[in-house]
Design a protein around this ligand. Structure first.
Ligand code: SF4
Length: 468
């Protein structure tokens, strides 16, 4: 089948926001200044002061880690049925344990009355606090879904160091974050085990892990770009992170360093602490002196998440010399998979927060994620529909991270079986586990659409081959 298809719609979750048509253009831009929602609207935070709110320590101590703590924040505003739904998810389906900073909870239902219905419909809640009724019961997971769906662990060349692309590595310094996202692609390693997922563990002492990374980079001068990640680097004690970054900066061969931190949005208070800001300035100054591009990559999925504190954290990083702050969001049904939601987010990032809209990833093929995933054709349609509104350099690419391939722009597929929802992709480099595979560059690699989005014949085919 060809990839050019008439415009269709994908089944949306019960609580998906409805796009409101606007006059004139398909999308109408309105500037919306950022606003910090009033946290005292939550019964549990009625007496929390601004000083407390802006303290990273207060935010960390008051992260919500379980249902009891969530109840204490929401008081009696939310029905018991919600907590039962959440508990059902946590007991059987969740791939990530619960960890939500107050900053993120405060961006749920930010400017309306908090009700159970509004909370269920909220895009931030939908991916940070998933409940059982969000998930699909027909196909909760795709038959080809897997833990470590990108095979990052298979490509470790040292503990936590993934060498997938020829000139770039991903350095996972630790396996924790200040917040846990329900759709985390590293659900294999990141966070605490859940009843559904027994997590892998990093076993080396951090100092030995870091030494092993540096040794590998010294031995492989062709690697010029290091994504320093985790987990989230905001959970690495600053002194350790600075030492790691300074060691990277001593390597003449390293020309790009990107710090991965969703906490810039989820816990901006962390990135505003004086010791962190001063340390970041030392690193940025050293990077500039050595001509290395130092950037921060964050992960914002919805315009609601952007508040003045997030913009302040991004601006502070730029002020102390970080060259760029960029966003890598994840495309998810019920969260942001419509044109207005994507453009609202991109304009808020670009125009209000000083963060470059860079990528949207399709949600990876991990277990129990089918209700979030969108088919490739839908991502192509979104890419089409967001073109032409933002400055070209700030128009994000929507990419599919194809297993064993890497990021591909969604229009780069070579073939597409729309009935069975299988797209085929090629690549132009070998990963570190294929150095001896002469055929690696001649193969086609498959990616799979969510089955509930397929035509009836396709759904029937998967049903008939469920156990193949
Ligand atoms: S911040 Fe990133 S690594 Fe951490 S749970 Fe979320 S998606 Fe996973």
């Amino acid at each position: 089948m060809t990839q050019t298809q008439p415009v269709e719609t994908i089944p949306q979750p019960r609580h998906a926001p409805v796009a409101v048509p606007t006059a004139g253009q398909p999308y109408e831009y309105h500037r919306r200044p950022l606003v910090e929602p009033d946290w005292t609207r939550f019964p549990g935070w009625r007496h929390v002061t601004r000083d407390q709110w802006e303290s990273a320590q207060w935010q960390r101590v008051n992260c919500v880690k379980n249902i009891k703590q969530l109840r204490a924040v929401f008081g009696d505003l939310i029905d018991e049925s919600f907590y039962a739904d959440l508990e059902a998810d946590q007991l059987a389906l969740a791939t990530m344990s619960m960890l939500v900073p107050p900053q993120m909870i405060n961006t749920m239902v930010p400017f309306a009355t908090l009700t159970t219905e509004a909370l269920l419909a909220d895009p931030i809640r939908r991916y940070m606090i998933p409940v059982a009724s969000d998930r699909r019961t027909d196909w909760p997971s795709h038959p080809y879904a897997s833990r470590d769906s990108l095979h990052e662990h298979d490509m470790w060349v040292a503990e936590g160091l993934t060498h997938r692309y020829p000139t770039k590595v991903l350095a996972e310094l630790l396996s924790t974050c200040p917040q846990y996202c329900g759709h985390c692609t590293r659900m294999d390693l990141v966070g605490n085990s859940t009843p559904a997922v027994d997590k892998l563990k990093l076993t080396l002492k951090p100092v030995d892990r870091y030494d092993a990374h540096i040794a590998y980079l010294k031995a492989h001068p062709g690697v010029r770009d290091v994504v320093v990640s985790g987990g989230d680097v905001a959970n690495v004690p600053w002194r350790n992170l600075e030492s790691y970054l300074m060691r990277l900066l001593e390597l003449e061969t390293v020309r790009d360093i990107r710090l991965a931190t969703k906490a810039l949005m989820g816990l901006p208070q962390h990135w505003l602490q004086p010791d962190v800001v001063e340390g970041l300035e030392r690193v940025a100054r050293t990077a500039a002196r050595r001509g290395v591009n130092l950037a921060i990559h964050t992960h914002v999925n919805h315009a609601q998440s952007l508040t003045p504190l997030v913009a302040k954290a991004a601006q502070t990083a730029l002020d102390v010399g970080v060259r760029d702050v960029r966003n890598q969001g994840v495309l998810m049904r019920g969260v942001n998979a419509t044109t207005p939601e994507l453009l609202d987010l991109c304009f808020a990032l670009q125009g209000e927060a000083g963060i470059l809209p860079y990528y949207f990833y399709m949600c990876d093929m991990i277990p129990n994620a089918e209700h979030w995933r969108v088919p490739v054709w839908h991502a192509q349609q979104l890419q089409h529909d967001i073109m032409g509104y933002l400055p070209g350099y700030a128009t994000p690419r929507i990419v599919c991270d194809v297993p064993f391939v890497g990021k591909r722009w969604v229009h780069m597929l070579t073939d597409y079986d729309r009935e069975r929802g299988i797209s085929y992709w090629t690549k132009n480099y070998r990963t570190s586990i294929e150095s001896a595979d002469l055929e690696a560059l001649n193969k086609r690699y498959a990616y799979y659409d969510p089955i509930d989005t397929l035509p009836a014949n396709g759904q029937q085919w998967w049903h008939d081959h469920r156990n193949d």
